[in-house]
Ligand binder design. Structure first.
Ligand code: GTP
Ligand code: MG
Length: 345
C-alpha cells in the first residue's frame, strides 16, 4: 500500500520523505522518483515481542512515494497527465508550507491547499468529461452504455463542478465501477502542515481546513534532523525542543489508518508478527493473507484480543478466563486480534 507525497514547490516534501524513510540524499535529484518502505511503529508489537522473545519480530509496513515531478510551482498546471504519477497510490499526503524560507513569499498554507486541491479536481473533471464523451460516441455507434457507470460519472461531474473533492463522498470514492479511473480527489488524504522549528501549533487561518480534512501539524526540518541523529543525540534534542517522540511515528500510524488498514497478530517463539488487512476483512481472508493453504484448509480461528491478553498477563491465563474464542470463517477480524488459525492441509 502506497502513499504519495504531494505539495507545492518548497513545501517540504523531500524533507518529510527523508524524515519518514530515513533515506537521505546529499544532493537532491529531482528527476528521479523516490520510494521508501518503512515499518509502522506499534507499541503492541513491541510488547508482544517482549512477552514471547521470538527469533523474529515483524511489523506492518507502508510505502511512501515521492514523485519526481512533484516540484510544481504555484502557477496552475491542471493537465490530467500531471497527476498520472500518483494514480496508483492508495492515499495521499499533502504537505503545506507554513514556515518562512529565504527566496520564498510569506507562507500562505490555506491558499496553497486550495491551489493544489483545485488542480486535482480539475484533472478529475477532465477525466470524467473525456469518458462521458467517449460513451456518447460509442452510443452513436450502437454500443449500449452501462447506465450505472454513467450515473456515477454524472455525480462526480456535479461535485467536481461545485469544487468538492470526491473524497468527501465515501460511496462515490469507493465505487467499484469507478475504480479504473483512479480519480486523484477520491483518494484518502492526510494534510501535513509543515511549521517552523519553534512552533507546533495549528495556525488560526487553518481552522476551517482542520474541520474539513484530516490534518496534522509537524516540523519537517526538525524531524529530518532528528532522524539522522544517534539515540543519545536524539534524546537531548527531544528534551531541548520539549517533545516526547518523533511526530513521524504519528504520521506513519495515521497513514496506516488512512489506508483503511488494520493489523492482526500471530505470536510464538519463532515469530511475533503484525499482518496487514483491510478493515472489515473476514477470518477466512485473513487466513489467506498468511498463506493460501491456511485459507484452503481453514477449520477455526482461535482469537484473543490484545487487550484481553494484556489484562490476563499470559495466554494460558486468558484461556482460563474464557477470553480466547473460537471463531468461524465469517468472523470479522478486529484490529489487535491475536489469531491462531487451525487448519488442515
Ligand atoms: N524552517 C523550516 N524549513 C523547512 C522545513 N521543512 C523544509 N524546510 C526547508 O524548506 C526548503 C524546501 O524544502 P524541500 O523539502 O526541499 O521542499 P520540496 O517540497 O521537496 O521542494 P521541491 O522539491 O522543490 O518541490 C528546504 O530548504 C528545507 O530545508 C521546516 O519544517 N521548517
Ligand atoms: Mg523536493
Amino acid at each position: 500500500m502506497k502513499l504519495g507525497i504531494i505539495g507545492l514547490s518548497g513545501s517540504g516534501k523531500t524533507t518529510i520523505f527523508e524524515a519518514l524513510t530515513h533515506n537521505y540524499q546529499d544532493v537532491q535529484n529531482k528527476t528521479e522518483n523516490r520510494i521508501g518502505t518503512i515499518q509502522v511503529p506499534d507499541a503492541r508489537v513491541d510488547r508482544l515481542s517482549e512477552m514471547y522473545r521470538p527469533k523474529k519480530t515483524i511489523f506492518a509496513q507502508v510505502e511512501y512515494f515521492l514523485p519526481a515531478g512533484g516540484h510544481r510551482k504555484k502557477e496552475k498546471n491542471q493537465e490530467e497527465q500531471a497527476w498520472n504519477e500518483i494514480r496508483d497510490c492508495h492515499a495521499l499526503i499533502h504537505v503545506l508550507r507554513n514556515f518562512q524560507v529565504y527566496g520564498f513569499e510569506a507562507p500562505s498554507p490555506m491558499e496553497d491547499f486550495e491551489t493544489l486541491d483545485q488542480e486535482m479536481m480539475f484533472a478529475d473533471l477532465l477525466s470524467v468529461e473525456k469518458r462521458l464523451e467517449r460513451i456518447e460516441q460509442e452510443q452513436k455507434r450502437g454500443k449500449k452504455p452501462n447506465p450505472e457507470e454513467v450515473a456515477l460519472l454524472l455525480q462526480c461531474k456535479h461535485h467536481l463542478e461545485n469544487e468538492t473533492p470526491l473524497r468527501r463522498f465515501d460511496e462515490l470514492a469507493g465505487a467499484h465501477l469507478l475504480r479504473g479511473y483512479a480519480f486523484v480527489t477520491a483518494k484518502p488524504m492526510l494534510v501535513l502542515i509543515n511549521n517552523t522549528d519553534e512552533d507546533n501549533h495549528p495556525p488560526d487561518a487553518l481552522k476551517d481546513l482542520f474541520q474539513r480534512e484530516d490534518c496534522l501539524v509537524i516540523r519537517g526540518k526538525l524531524e529530518q534532523e532528528l532522524g539522522q541523529m544517534s539515540m543519545e543525540e536524539a534524546e537531548d534534542f527531544l528534551a531541548e525542543f520539549d517533545i516526547t517522540s518523533s511526530a513521524m511515528d504519528r504520521v506513519i500510524q495515521r497513514s496506516y489508518r488512512l489506508l483503511g488498514l488494520i493489523s492482526f497478530f500471530t505470536v510464538g517463539e519463532d515469530e511475533v508478527r503484525a499482518w496487514t488487512i483491510n478493515s472489515g476483512t473476514l477470518a477466512l481472508d485473513a487466513a489467506g493473507a498468511i498463506h493460501t493453504d491456511i485459507k484452503k484448509g481453514f477449520i477455526r480461528a482461535e482469537v484473543l484480543s490484545y487487550d484481553d491478553l494484556m489484562a490476563a498477563g499470559n495466554y494460558n491465563e486468558a484461556k482460563k478466563r474464557g477470553t480466547v474464542r473460537l471463531e468461524g470463517k465469517t468472523y470479522e477480524v478486529k484490529d489487535g486480534d491475536i489469531i491462531n488459525f487451525r487448519f488442515n492441509v
